[in-house]
Design a protein around this ligand. Structure first.
Ligand SMILES: [Zn+2]
Length: 279
């Protein structure tokens, strides 16, 4: 099955804390494999001690060594069809690097059938995993986000800026890389800007059809501290050098409030966790 692939160095383990049918885990496993081809280096093992409910309601107690990432998955009723489809983010991050060790993803069971039928479920899982891995969720802790809460937030990681220029961003008039400035809490300040990036995977709106995971997203993960393979990104260029001037509201499926708003803990030298940030 490996088809000559190199061994996958970055380990991701899902722990399903609500019932799931065996066949339902397939899109999760495929989404994990996608990230494992982008994040190509091991990160240090970390001892994590966290009490029950510390990573969202119903999360079990944790007292173990984690290599490299454990994600709790909840499939639960949230708000019926539409509205919030799911949310995700890290709960426990490593000391100083802030690379996540433990996180949560939850999905609204009312929306899973639609996502499955429309072929978007795996795409949405890859997107949500991005938030658990730190996309849009540890930017401020790493001092990589400027202008949060204002009209023009932007990401200042040098890798992402370079990648942005490589896909046609030279023509963009503002400060690169533009981050979403609309869409409310859980969308703005945590995604690429839809008016510039359109169907890129890590905007706050999922499009029908293709949602490429661009070299800018991969490079931004490198800016967070991951070892990344830029060549494994999906093919993607900004559709027009003047994408920044696109008019009108975003189209596609809005991932409403999809950044989990729970607290983030950092592991201390004694292995115990302390509050890093209460979102
Ligand atoms: Zn999102």
């Amino acid at each position: 099955m490996s088809g000559g692939c190199l061994p996958l160095e970055y380990d991701i383990e899902f722990r399903y804390i609500t019932p799931i049918e065996p066949g339902e885990t397939t899109p999760f496993n495929r989404a994990a494999t996608r990230w494992q081809h982008l994040l190509v280096g091991d990160v240090p093992d970390i001892d994590v001690v966290l009490e029950a409910d510390g990573c969202g309601a119903g999360s079990p107690e944790v007292d173990e060594t984690i290599d490299d990432l454990v994600i709790f998955v909840r499939l639960q009723a949230i708000d019926g069809v539409g509205g919030v489809l799911g949310a995700a983010g890290p709960c426990v991050v490593r000391p100083s690097s802030h690379l996540p060790a433990l996180g949560i993803m939850f999905f609204d069971t009312a929306d899973l059938d639609y996502l499955q039928a429309s072929g978007l479920l795996q795409t949405v899982i890859v997107h949500e995993m991005g938030h658990v891995l730190g996309f849009g969720t540890i930017w401020e802790d790493e001092e990589l986000l400027v202008g949060a809460g204002g009209p023009d937030p932007y990401f200042i990681g040098p890798g992402a800026i370079s990648a942005f220029h490589s896909i046609g961003g030279d023509a963009y008039q503002g400060d690169p890389v533009p981050v979403e400035n609309t869409g409310g809490v859980g969308t703005r300040d945590g995604h690429w800007r839809e008016s510039v990036f359109d169907n890129e995977l890590m905007t706050g709106w999922i499009n029908e059809g293709s949602n490429p995971l661009s070299v800018v997203t991969v490079a931004s993960m490198g800016d967070l501290g991951y070892e990344v393979d830029l060549t494994a990104a999906d093919s993607y260029t900004l559709l027009s050098p003047l994408r920044a001037a696109v008019e009108g509201p975003p189209t596609g499926l809005h991932l409403v409030r999809d950044i989990w708003q729970g607290p983030i803990y950092e592991v201390g030298a004694d292995g115990r966790v302390r509050l890093l940030r209460r979102r």
